[in-house]
Design a protein around this ligand. Sequence first.
Ligand SMILES: CCCCCCCCCCCC(=O)SCCNC(=O)CCNC(=O)[C@H](O)C(C)(C)COP(=O)(O)OP(=O)(O)OC[C@H]1O[C@@H](n2cnc3c(N)ncnc32)[C@H](O)[C@@H]1OP(=O)(O)O
Length: 187
Amino acid sequence: MSRVPGSWPPVEIEPPVLHPNAPAPGTDLGVHFAECFGCGEVEGGLHLRSSVGDDQTVQSKFTVTRAHQGAPGLAHGGLLACAFDEALGSAVGNLLRRPAVTGRLETDFRRPVPVGSTLYIEARLDGTAGRKIYVSADGRLDAPDGPVAVSARGLFVQVGIEHFSTHGDPQALEKLAEAQRKNQINP
Ligand SMILES: CCCCCCCCCCCC(=O)SCCNC(=O)CCNC(=O)[C@H](O)C(C)(C)COP(=O)(O)OP(=O)(O)OC[C@H]1O[C@@H](n2cnc3c(N)ncnc32)[C@H](O)[C@@H]1OP(=O)(O)O
């Protein structure tokens, strides 16, 4: 829940409709792109690990290391926001399977998150309004039922697949698509 007044989602929404090929609860979601700072095998990256939860959620774990510090011994808030961007994006991408990018991301930092602690993040689909997809998440300290340290709410906007080839790296995108075809991942 945000500390800023205002209803969430801020517009009238439809209930989210899971993609027919959405992975089942309990599925380990693995790495969606090896060079992703959030989940890839990137030095100093967040190495988020996610799986599908019940009730249209994705459960992620992020362990804070010295590479993620802001103040000595404490996680940098910007990197915590990054972890939530990844967790929310994973819920959108895996459960709805609609190509989308973050349009807006807001975070409430409620407790300090020390180096060595693990955030248990639960991201849930809140609803959709046309191309707009509303998602939110809570991150709990050191246990799935630990105290909430960070909360986030995001608006993802559905885009055409050409968004990524036009603005990103088309060759890397094609290599990624090829790898997914080989692994028989349905788009
Ligand atoms: C298996 C796979 C796993 C996949 C797992 C993936 C995990 C990775 C997660 C990381 C995700 C990222 O970080 S993505 C990277 C960071 N984000 C970006 O780079 C996005 C940059 N921004 C853009 O490209 C653009 O602004 C867009 C696409 C967001 C929107 O542009 P557009 O397509 O022209 O659409 P536009 O008309 O402006 O907006 C559409 C609707 O959204 C609303 N809207 C847009 N932005 C906002 C906003 N900030 N706040 C409020 N509302 C907004 C508009 O008012 C409009 O509402 P209405 O008029 O319809 O009512």
